[in-house]
Write a protein that binds this ligand. Sequence first.
Ligand code: FES
Length: 156
Amino acid sequence: MSSTDASTKAKSVLASYRTEPDNLLPVLHAIQDAVGFIPQDLVADIAQAFNLSRAEVHGVISFYHYFRIAPPARHVVQICRAESCQSMGGEALLAHAKQSLGCGLHEKDKDGKFSLEPVYCLGQCATSPAIMIDDKVHAKVTPARFDKLIEKARGE
Ligand code: FES
């Protein structure tokens, strides 16, 4: 999707919501669900619609790790950073993921094929550590299994 198409689609999502204060987060989620990120050229429109400053909208977007301000790579790899996963090897798994993909959190790998992002609980606490690749959750992920999952996604 081109950036122009993304902005046009995001604007139509914004227009479809009532712009009451409680709706800001649902609108941001709906925009990201529709186009994969929050187009930065839309922040002024969002701010105006909600009677907020652009800085306030930027503040909300940057506070929540879930929101992206740039298009993601073809595959989005989310590593759970919440408590249960952290206590069951999540830190080591994240370190491995960074090394394996050659990028940090909120970055793309060198081929631009994977985005690495944090997530805070995937509902798999009993089978930590968990990750999600695109829309699929994987539990009890070891570094070796991580590499296999990445290779499988790379081929898709
Ligand atoms: S803490 Fe990671 S799935 Fe719940």
